[in-house]
Design a protein around this ligand. Structure first.
Ligand code: SF4
Length: 461
């Protein structure tokens, strides 16, 4: 008797091929408040039309609550059971899925390629005239290369690259598996290359811009050659193998053009961007045009606000929004005369446009109201802390050690120990993770007091 085999859906095939707890466009992950769907935005760019489609999809199939993430993506919370496929289809139909590769259907294309789009750029990529290069073109070529190579579907959904074009504002404290940062080289530009770190750290060598595609392909193959079944990140490969072994593998795959140029590495300096550039109006050109930056409190917006932001981008800028890795957004290409009114509309929508606002200096993960792992209601506690936060203090509240809200080490981290109580950590150059533990089991009131008493530098602790 002949047995009929039930066809496997592309989403089930994705779960089998690449098991992960990381949400994606078709991988809607269960959370306490419903499904969680993450939409990757290459370069953080979101057109006004797609922003409206996102808002509509979040209202139609989910709770209407959206979050901006620390990788400059957007996620939809509270997806209703049974509506996951309709949500994914609506988002893909709006052009928010991967493009450019052949697949039998848009959903199959999204399953194959969505998670290979973790390339972080500056929110000013392609619009800052002071940048050394326009990284948007390079990023598109790298994403295309990764999506076309069948073997790279084995990369973890967390595996991430960064391209720094030397823009005046960039997230440089967020570690990536591979980073490339532009540096002047005579009349041309080369790229410093680093592994398992940030562009403020030390590169391993430099690459010419024209060699990046082939060399990155070779490096990714070398990574997969050396990564064991459970190894997903570059730091783990480098813990088990020497850098020389990795680079030799890369050379086995192609002309790996990295130059281990001691002088360039010695001269390498990339400082973190001034925090004031994230919010408010900033000119980029001689005529005063530039961008306007804003941040929703604790990274969360509703569908109504997203629609209003889309309208604002259309009226005041170039009809695009850019999500930033600080869980904020900016409107690029705003004429000088339109900036005051744009700022006023952002304020009226409840967005933060100045560092003086305590919510500009607070980040918090989802917390116990929506995440079962959380030991405290971090979002609600952050609201209480905002009223007590000392001027200039900056803090991160995390419900557990996973640190979903901050991939970088914040100046101060409050790690939940139990409901309403936190351990306080201070960033320390000598440590990784949250930094140095400075106090245990503080209430929010005691944490605010401790922050007010904080030493001026980590060395004073
Ligand atoms: S940091 Fe922990 S508690 Fe907070 S959202 Fe992530 S997993 Fe949940």
């Amino acid at each position: 008797m002949k047995h009929e085999t039930k066809p496997v859906s592309p989403v089930a095939a994705l779960a089998a091929l690449r098991p992960s707890a990381c949400p994606g466009l078709v991988r809607v992950v269960a959370a306490r408040d419903g499904g969680l769907c993450r939409i990757r935005l290459p370069g953080g760019v979101l057109s006004a039309a797609r922003a409206r489609a996102l808002a509509d999809a979040a209202s139609a199939h989910a709770s209407g609550v959206l979050e901006l993430t620390n990788r400059a993506n957007v996620q939809i919370r509270g997806v209703r059971v049974g509506e996951e496929a309709a949500l994914s289809a609506a988002l893909i139909g709006a052009g928010l899925g991967p493009t450019g590769i052949d697949a039998a259907s848009p959903i199959e294309r999204a399953c194959a390629a969505d998670e290979l789009r973790n390339v972080m750029l500056s929110p000013l990529a392609g619009v800052d005239p002071n940048a050394l290069c326009n990284t948007t073109v390079l990023a598109a070529a790298l994403i295309d290369m990764m999506q076309r190579e069948a073997r790279f579907t084995a990369l973890s959904p967390k595996f991430a690259l960064q391209l720094d074009g030397g823009e005046r504002m960039a997230m440089l404290e967020h570690p990536h598996d591979v980073w490339l940062a532009a540096l002047p080289h005579g009349t041309t530009v080369r790229f410093a290359v680093g592994l398992a770190g940030c562009p403020t750290g030390q590169p391993i060598g430099t690459l010419a811009a024209e060699d990046i595609g082939a060399s990155m392909r070779a490096l990714l193959h070398a990574f997969l050659d050396l990564a064991g079944a459970d190894t997903t990140r570059m730091r783990d490969v480098l813990a088990a193998h020497s850098l020389d072994a990795l680079l030799q593998r890369a050379r086995d795959h192609a002309d790996f053009a990295l130059i281990r140029d001691d002088a360039a590495q010695h001269a390498w300096r990339r400082e973190a961007s001034p925090v004031d550039l994230r919010l408010g109006a900033h000119a980029l050109h001689a005529d005063g045009s530039g961008y306007v930056g804003a941040q929703p409190a604790l990274g969360r917006i509703d569908a109504y606000t997203l629609r209003a932001l889309a309208a604002l981008a259309q009226d005041s800028g170039d009809a695009t929004l850019r999500v930033t890795p600080w869980q904020g957004l900016l409107l690029p290409n705003v004429p000088a005369r339109a900036m005051p009114a744009a700022l006023e509309r952002l304020r009226a929508l409840g967005l933060i446009v100045s560092r003086a606002d305590p919510f500009a200096r607070l980040i918090a993960c989802t917390g116990s109201s929506r995440c079962a792992k959380s030991r405290a209601d971090t979002k609600a506690d952050a609201q209480r802390l905002a009223a007590l936060l000392p001027p200039d203090a900056e803090a991160h509240l995390s419900g557990c050690e996973r640190s979903c809200a901050a991939a970088h080490c914040a100046p101060f981290t409050l790690l939940a120990s139990e409901p309403d109580h936190y351990d306080l950590y201070q960033r320390d150059d000598a440590t990784t993770g949250f930094g140095r533990l400075v106090a245990r089991n503080l209430t929010i009131e005691a944490a605010a007091h401790a922050l007010a008493q904080r030493p001026r530098s980590p060395q004073d602790v």
